[in-house]
Design a protein around this ligand. Structure first.
Ligand code: HEC
Length: 150
């Protein structure tokens, strides 16, 4: 004969379920591991990439500042690091991989940092500027839902 579950235990289970359901999708919650990656890798590398790609953009005309060989190599390394973080965020141990908006933004970050890396390898300033532009949209796309706006 199975024992009857005491009603107090049922109430507890229901309360636990309600607490879990209270964490809404598409909302910011503290993500210390993600924050660490953003602080130590993404912030620095993306700032360099965005600035340098902006200066290298042929749309600047006479003011265009094309990177030297070391600059291109640094850009490629920046882009590769960003791509690695984007892949890392698509692991369920690290990111909110059950949520479509998370996955969409992380995948887009991976795609556009990959394009930036390719452009840097090819010393293609126009493609780099485009990739950097697209890449910065992916930061906003994710932060809009998952980073507390201050
Ligand atoms: C798939 C989601 C996602 C993408 C894409 C993403 N971020 Fe973030 N980022 C986060 C989350 C989540 C936080 C907040 C973590 C926390 O504070 O708990 C954050 C926080 C940050 C922070 C603040 C770190 C601090 O000092 O507290 C910076 C800077 C940042 N991101 C830069 C970027 C840049 C630049 C890009 C694009 C190149 C980017 N992020 C792309 C999810 C993302």
């Amino acid at each position: 004969m199975p024992r009857m579950v005491p009603s107090a235990a049922v109430a507890l289970l229901l309360a636990a379920g309600a607490a879990m359901a209270a964490v809404q999708p598409n909302t910011p919650t503290p993500m210390p591991k993600v924050q660490e990656q953003m602080k130590t890798i993404v912030d620095k590398t993306s700032t360099d990439l965005f600035n340098t790609a902006g200066e290298a953009d042929p749309a600047n005309g006479a003011d265009q500042k094309v990177p030297d060989a070391a600059g291109w190599a640094r850009l490629r390394a920046d882009a590769d690091k960003l791509k690695a973080v984007a892949e890392w965020m698509q692991d369920s141990k690290n990111g909110k991989t059950g949520e479509a908006n998370w996955m969409r933004a992380a995948k887009a970050m991976s795609t556009h940092s990959g394009a930036a890396s390719k452009a840097a390898s090819a010393h293609d300033a126009k493609a780099l500027a485009q990739a950097a532009n697209d890449l910065s949209d992916t930061c906003t796309a994710c932060h809009k839902f998952y980073k507390k706006q201050d």
